[in-house]
Design a protein. Structure first.
Length: 296
C-alpha cells in the first residue's frame, strides 16, 4: 500500500512540475521589452540597465501582465513560440525536455504496473526489475535540474541567473517520492518463500505471520466490543428491574397494613359481641329479682 501511495504521489508531482510554467525564475538584464522580445530578435544595443524577472517552465512560460519585475508571477501560461525555441535550441535544454517526457510516460506505466502487481505474488526477478525502473525514474526526474546549465538559464539577455520556482520544488518532491518507492521495493518487498523466519521451531512466512497477527488483533477488538455491548445491555436490564421493584413496593406495604389491621378488627367485633351478652344477662337477672320482690 505504501508503494502504491509513493507511485501515485510521484506521478502527480512529476506531471505537475513538468507541465508547470513556473519551474524556474529567470533573472536577466536587457533593453528589450519582455522575455519574448529577448528571445525573438537581437538586442537593440541600448542601455543594459533594465532588470527583468520571468517565470518559465520546460514547455511553457508565464506571460506577465506587466513587465515590472515585481509582477512577474501574475500572468498567463503560454507555450514557447518557434522563434523562442530557435533561440533556446541547445543540446542541454532539448535533453532536459526529452527526459521530462520520458519520465512522465514511465510514471504512467509504473503506476499501472504497480496496480497489477499488488494483486500478484512477485518473484525475485520481477522485484529487481521494478527496483531498476524506480531508479531510472528517480534519475530522470533529478536530471531535469540540468535546466540550470541550459540556454534557458545561461543565454537570456545579460547576467542571466535562475532560481527554483514552485514547479522545481514539486519536482524535488517527485524525486523524493520515486526514491522512497525504490527503497520500499528493495527493502520491504521480498519474493514468495524468501521471507521465512523460525518461529517455535518451525519455518513460517513472515508476511503470513503479520497477516495472522492482524486477524488476531481484529478478533480481540471485536470480542472486546461485544463484551462492552453485553455489559451495557445487562446494566440496562438491572436498571429496569430496580425500577420495577421500586414501583411495586408501596402496594405490598399497603396490603401488609390491611393484613395487620384485619385481626384487630375481628378482635374488636368479637369483643363487642361478648359485651352485648353480658349486658343481656345482667338485664335478665334484674327482671328475675324484680319478680321475686313482687311475690314477697
Amino acid at each position: 500500500m505504501g508503494l502504491f501511495a509513493a507511485c501515485c504521489g510521484g506521478f502527480a508531482a512529476a506531471g505537475y512540475a513538468f507541465a508547470s510554467c513556473r519551474f524556474v525564475i529567470i533573472n536577466f538584464v536587457d533593453d528589450s521589452g519582455s522575455f519574448e522580445d529577448v528571445l525573438s530578435g537581437p538586442s537593440s544595443g541600448g542601455d543594459f540597465n533594465r532588470n527583468f524577472r520571468v517565470a518559465a517552465g520546460l514547455f511553457t512560460w508565464l506571460n506577465p501582465i506587466s513587465t515590472a519585475s515585481d509582477n512577474f508571477d501574475q500572468g498567463q501560461c503560454v507555450g514557447y513560440r518557434t522563434t523562442m525555441l530557435a533561440a533556446l535550441e541547445e543540446p542541454t535544454f532539448e535533453a532536459v525536455r526529452i527526459m521530462a517526457v520520458i519520465a512522465t510516460l514511465l510514471s504512467i506505466m509504473m503506476l499501472v504496473w504497480i496496480m497489477i502487481l499488488t494483486t500478484l505474488s512477485m518473484r525475485r526477478r520481477e522485484i529487481w526489475f521494478m527496483s531498476f525502473w524506480f531508479f531510472i525514474l528517480t534519475s530522470l526526474v533529478g536530471l531535469t535540474f540540468l535546466v540550470f546549465q541550459s540556454s534557458l538559464c545561461q543565454d537570456v539577455g545579460m547576467d542571466t541567473s535562475c532560481d527554483l520556482d514552485e514547479g522545481g520544488l514539486v519536482a524535488i518532491a517527485a524525486c523524493i517520492l520515486w526514491f522512497v518507492g525504490l527503497l520500499v521495493s528493495c527493502i520491504f518487498i521480498k519474493p514468495l518463500g524468501q521471507d521465512l523466519v523460525l518461529i517455535d521451531g518451525e519455518l513460517r512466512s513472515e508476511f503470513g505471520e503479520r497477516q495472522n497477527e492482524r486477524k488476531r488483533q481484529a478478533e480481540i477488538r471485536l470480542m472486546q466490543k461485544n463484551q462492552k455491548a453485553e455489559a451495557r445491555a445487562l446494566e440496562q436490564e438491572q436498571r429496569q428491574e430496580s425500577l420495577r421493584q421500586s414501583n411495586s413496593t408501596p402496594t405490598k406495604r399497603g396490603s401488609q397494613a390491611e393484613d395487620v389491621a384485619t385481626p384487630n378488627t375481628q378482635q374488636t367485633a368479637a369483643g363487642d359481641d361478648g359485651g352485648m351478652e353480658v349486658t343481656l344477662s345482667k338485664t335478665l337477672d334484674r327482671i328475675e329479682d324484680y319478680c321475686e320482690d313482687d311475690d314477697v
